[in-house]
Design a protein around this ligand. Structure first.
Ligand code: CP
Ligand code: NVA
Length: 334
C-alpha cells in the first residue's frame, strides 16, 4: 500500500523549505514505493484525469521527460509549453498567464529564469506549482539525489556530501538546504569568487544546526573532500550564464572531479559514490567539449563503479511522481 502525509495535499514547491523536514523524508519514502510499484509492472491511475502544464523557458532532458512520463504512467496528461508557444511574460504578464492556466490545469511545473516568476505562478494560479529549476534553486533534483544515496548506502545517516564546483548555483543552493534538512553533512569546495551566497548559507546553517550537522566551505578541494562519502558536481556554467564560460573554466579547472580527488576522500575502498545532476561534460562528445574534453568530471570517474548518475537520473521520474501524487491524488493512501 502507498501512503503519504495528508499535509502534502494541494502543496506547491518553490524551494525545499516549502516542506518540513518530515514531509521531505516522507516524499522520498513515497518515491521509493512508487519506484517499486512501477518495477512490478503497475501503471496506475493515481493522476487520472489530472492535467499538468509544463512551462519551460530553458532546455531539459530529465525534468521534462520525467514529469511527462510520471503523469502519463498514472493516467494523467502533461502539456509541454515553451516560451514561443505561449504569451508568458511577453504579451501577457506572468500573473495573467497564471490565472488562465490555473482555470484549465490541475498543476504547473515551471522551469525558468526568475524565482519570482515561479512564486507568482503559485500565488495567482490557485493550483499547485512545482519549481523544476530557476536561476536560484533546483529542488526536485535533490529528492532524486537523496533517493539514490539511500538506495546505494541503505540510509542517509552519517553521510557527508562534498559538492565541488560552482558553490552558488541553483543545484548547490538546493543541495545545501536538502542536506541541512535531512541531517547530512555538507561540504562545499569552490573558489572564493563562487562561494555560496551569505544569506542562503546562513539559512541552511540554521537548519543544519537544528538537525545536528554542519556545513563547511573550503577553497582547497583536496582538503574539503577528505572523509566525504558522496562527491557531487554540476556544470561550471549554468543555463543563462553562457557569457561567463571562459571565466568559469579558468576559476574551476582546479575543481574538476578526477580519480585523484576521489582518492583524496580516503574512502575509495569504503562508502563512496559520484553524483551529478546531468547533463555532464565528461568527454569529447558534445558541441561544447569536442575540442577540449572533460570539464567538471573526468570520463574515468563518470564511467567508474562509483558513479550512480543514471540511477540518479531515473530517480528524477519517481521523485517527481511522488510530488505530483501527494499533491493531487484524492486519497493519502491507496
Ligand atoms: N538534471 C536536470 O535537471 O536535467 P535536465 O536539465 O535535463 O532537466
Ligand atoms: N546548474 C545547471 C543545472 C542543470 C540541471 C543549470 O542551471 O544549467
Amino acid at each position: 500500500m502507498l501512503t503519504w502525509m495528508d499535509s502534502l495535499k494541494g502543496r506547491s514547491m518553490m524551494r525545499l523549505t516549502s516542506f518540513t523536514d518530515e514531509e521531505m523524508m516522507n516524499l522520498i519514502d513515497l518515491a521509493a514505493q512508487l519506484k517499486a510499484r512501477r518495477a512490478a509492472g503497475v501503471r496506475g491511475n493515481l493522476l487520472a484525469r489530472k492535467n499538468i502544464a509544463l512551462i519551460f523557458e530553458k532546455s531539459s532532458t530529465r525534468t521534462r521527460n520525467s514529469t511527462l512520463i510520471a503523469v502519463r504512467d498514472e493516467g494523467g496528461n502533461g502539456e509541454y509549453l515553451t516560451r514561443p508557444d505561449i504569451h508568458f511574460g511577453k504579451k501577457e504578464s506572468v500573473k495573467d498567464t497564471a490565472r488562465v492556466l490555473g482555470r484549465i490545469y490541475d498543476g504547473i511545473l515551471f522551469r525558468g529564469f526568475r524565482q519570482a516568476d515561479c512564486e507568482d505562478l503559485a500565488k495567482y494560479s490557485g493550483v499547485p506549482v512545482w519549481n523544476g529549476l530557476t536561476d536560484d534553486y533546483h529542488p526536485t533534483q535533490i529528492f532524486a539525489d537523496f533517493l539514490t544515496v539511500r538506495e546505494t548506502f541503505g540510509d542517509l545517516k552519517d553521510c557527508t556530501i562534498a559538492y565541488v564546483g560552482d558553490g552558488r548555483n541553483n543545484v548547490a543552493n538546493s543541495l545545501m538546504m536538502g542536506c541541512a534538512k535531512c541531517g547530512i553533512r555538507y561540504v562545499c569546495c569552490c573558489p572564493k569568487e563562487l562561494h555560496p551566497d551569505e544569506a542562503v548559507l546562513a539559512e541552511a546553517e540554521a537548519v543544519a544546526k537544528r538537525n545536528g550537522v554542519d556545513i563547511r566551505v573550503f577553497n582547497d578541494p583536496q582538503k574539503g573532500v577528505r572523509g566525504a562519502n558522496v562527491l557531487y558536481t554540476d556544470v561550471w556554467v549554468s543555463m543563462g550564464e553562457e557569457a561567463k564560460t571562459a571565466e568559469r573554466i579558468r576559476l574551476l579547472r582546479p575543481y574538476q572531479i578526477n580519480m585523484d580527488l576521489m582518492r583524496a576522500t580516503g574512502n575509495l575502498d569504503g562508502r563512496l559514490m559520484f553524483l551529478h545532476c546531468l547533463p555532464a561534460f565528461h568527454d569529447f562528445n558534445t558541441e561544447v567539449t569536442k575540442d577540449c574534453g572533460a570539464l567538471e568530471v573526468t570520463d574515468e570517474v563518470f564511467e567508474s563503479k562509483y558513479s550512480k548518475v543514471f540511477d540518479e537520473s531515473e530517480n528524477r521520474m519517481h521523485t517527481i511522481k511522488a510530488l505530483l501524487v501527494s499533491a493531487l491524488c484524492d486519497r493519502a493512501s491507496v
